[in-house]
Design a protein. Structure first.
Length: 628
């Protein structure tokens, strides 16, 4: 079996036999966690044994504070033909230690990465490394992560490291209380592609301080995570001259949005991470339109500026943990290139159906942790999420839960359901229309059956005539003793029998109103009928089968009933000219049917001997004559 990884951990090591570890060949990595309190020179023999047969060398938990330059602990790494990565971690070092390491790393033609992690450092950065004639340096990456230096304010600016900074492509100095990065460093790092200065004390005024023209012509990635930057526009101006910069990380600073637009940024900037700051809605007015990815998560943004519609190359937009209330539908619809959109942990209540239609170009959507209001509208979103392929809904369905109404709180959106009638608007409209139609049809049928339209028409005519009658005769004095209503079929009996008897043979004579004689020519028939009824004390109806069948007689009977209800006296006089069934009288003339049911009418006798009594009763019923 081939051994690839070797770890050696000791107590207080006092003796080591040289060559003990040289038997191991083709190791991928060797980790030395040694305690050397009395003889640090033992480390030299151990490193020499493993330096020729491993790719990575990790030295841990060694106290180099007693290191002296006359003991070259690291001499074998300069001649190693295999070591590419050299790590020192959780150890104590001094200026002498670093100088010895760098002297040998500079001589190596194999080491490409040198890393210092969790180091206790007692020094001021006075690293004296002599320049070699025409050196060929293989080192490309230098990482410093977590240096504890009680004298860090007295630390030099590292400008004396020009002998290897020029060759570096990757430089990381993080968690090291770095508070000042001089402009001269940028002139030394001509080949630098990656620079990470995260978790330090830098501001926009102390990072590349007083640099009017930063000479980092090959730098494409700059990480300034967790420092003390405060102004978005100032950060843009600081990096503006790094024309090759494509990725900038300024997350977890104290950056506020500037109330201005047209900020300066590198022309090729594509990825900006400005999450965990204090950015507001004005942020997007300051950003360059060349961006491919924007991360402004965990800020104070309430709405998305429509200026983002100008970002024609934008593929990724991260807006989680902000204060958005509405889904930025215009972005998904107006930026065809947008593929990734995260809106988790905002205050979005849901999405409209029209919003969902605009997401056709997205490949990933994250809306977890929003207070979804579970009503009928949420069903569109649920259906969309369950059939969203190839769009991936991050966290669906477990992380999408109802926050309202109270009975649905905590329930997964995917399990929410409502009755069909409760949410189907189309069905509601159809049912409402059908119900309205049926009710209207029933009402129309009922009105037709009960002659409601006829009643309304007659009542309106009555009111109009009453108004005109009042205007022409406000005192309401009667002009006739009786208005005679009869059918044309009975006109002969009225003209030749009734009228002569009452007007000529009565003393004093009765004044009768009949339509053939007393209606005013040129007036509407309805008006004539109503006026004559109004100007008569009584209304005398000559009842016969022809009367029941006459439409005009129906009008006269209706208006007489209205008069009766208004005056509350017995103004109707019924003369039954011939026997008629009570059921033949229209049902709308309820009072006439009732009077006939009580036999309160005068019946015309065929025998002449009985006619004398008939006339006497009729005169008595008509009462006192009209006085001129």
């Amino acid at each position: 079996m081939k051994l690839e990884h070797l770890s050696i951990m000791t107590g207080d090591l006092t003796i080591y036999t040289p060559g003990s570890l040289s038997a191991f060949r083709s190791l991928q990595s060797v980790t030395l966690a040694l305690t050397l309190r009395t003889n640090i020179a033992l480390l030299t023999d151990i490193i020499c044994d493993v330096s020729g047969n491993s790719v990575e060398l990790h030295v841990q938990f060694v106290d180099f504070s007693e290191y002296r330059q006359n003991v070259d602990v690291f001499k074998c790494i300069s001649n190693s033909g295999t070591i590419e990565v050299f790590n020192i971690s959780h150890s104590q070092v001094t200026d002498n230690t670093i100088t010895g390491m760098l002297n040998n790393i500079m001589k190596s033609q194999r080491i490409i990465s040198f890393n210092l992690r969790q180091i206790g450092f007692d020094g001021i950065g006075d690293w004296q490394v002599p320049l070699l004639p025409s050196p060929v340096i293989s080192l490309q990456s230098f990482l410093v992560d977590g240096i504890a230096n009680p004298n860090f304010f007295g630390f030099s600016t590292m400008t004396n490291l020009h002998f290897f900074l020029y060759y570096l492509k990757y430089l990381t100095i993080r968690n090291s209380n770095l508070f000042y990065m001089p402009c001269k460093i940028t002139f030394l790092c001509q080949n630098l592609h990656f620079l990470d200065l995260s978790n330090n004390l830098l501001t926009e005024n102390t990072a590349f301080a007083q640099c009017k023209n930063i000479q980092l012509k090959n730098l494409n990635t700059l990480r300034l995570h967790k420092n003390y930057m405060s102004s978005l526009s100032a950060v843009g101006a600081m990096v503006n001259n790094i024309t090759s910069l494509t990725l900038l990380d300024i997350s977890a600073n104290q950056i506020h949005s500037d109330q201005k637009s047209g900020c300066m940024w590198p022309m090729n900037l594509q990825v900006l991470n400005a999450s965990s700051n204090f950015l507001t809605d004005e942020t997007f007015d300051c950003l360059p339109t060349s961006l491919y990815s924007i991360d402004v998560s965990n800020n104070r943004i309430q709405k998305v500026s429509k200026r983002l519609l100008e970002f024609k190359h934008l593929h990724e937009l991260y807006l989680s943990k902000n204060k958005l209330n509405f889904f930025p539908v215009e972005l998904a619809h107006g930026i065809p290139s947008l593929k990734v959109l995260t809106l988790a942990n905002n205050t979005l209540l849901g999405m409209k159906l029209t919003d969902l239609d605009s997401l056709g170009n997205l490949t990933l959507l994250d809306m977890r942790g929003n207070p979804f209001y579970c009503t009928c509208n949420i069903l569109h979103f649920v259906t969309f999420c369950e059939n969203s392929s190839p769009l991936r809904i991050e966290g669906w369905p477990a992380d999408y839960q109802c926050s309202n109404p109270e009975k649905e709180v905590g329930k997964q959106l995917s399990s929410v359901s409502f009755p069909i009638l409760y949410c189907d608007t189309t069905l509601k409209i159809v049912i409402a229309c059908v119900t309205t139609f049926v009710c209207t049809a029933l009402l129309v049928g009922l009105c037709w059956y009960l002659d409601a339209l006829w009643y309304l028409r007659m009542t309106w005519a009555w009111l109009q005539a009453k108004r005109r009658s009042f205007l022409s005769d406000p005192d309401g004095n009667a002009a006739y003793d009786a208005f005679v209503s009869y059918s044309q079929h009975d006109a002969v009996w009225v003209m030749e029998t009734l009228m002569p008897e009452l007007e000529s043979h009565s003393v004093p004579p009765f004044r009768l109103c009949v339509h053939e004689r007393d209606f005013v020519p040129g007036r509407f028939i309805m008006d004539n009928i109503i006026d004559c009824i109004e100007q008569s004390r009584k209304t005398l109806f000559v009842l016969s089968r022809s009367f029941v069948e006459s439409e005009w007689c129906h009008y006269e009977l209706y208006f007489a009933q209205q008069r009766l209800m208004e005056s509350r006296d017995d103004a109707l006089v019924l003369v039954l000219l011939e026997p008629i069934p009570r059921d033949s009288v229209p049902s709308r003339f309820c009072r006439l049917r009732r009077l006939m049911g009580r036999k309160t009418y005068l019946e015309w006798p065929a025998e002449q001997g009985k006619q004398v009594l008939f006339w006497a009763n009729l005169r008595a019923t008509l009462g006192e004559r009209w006085q001129r």
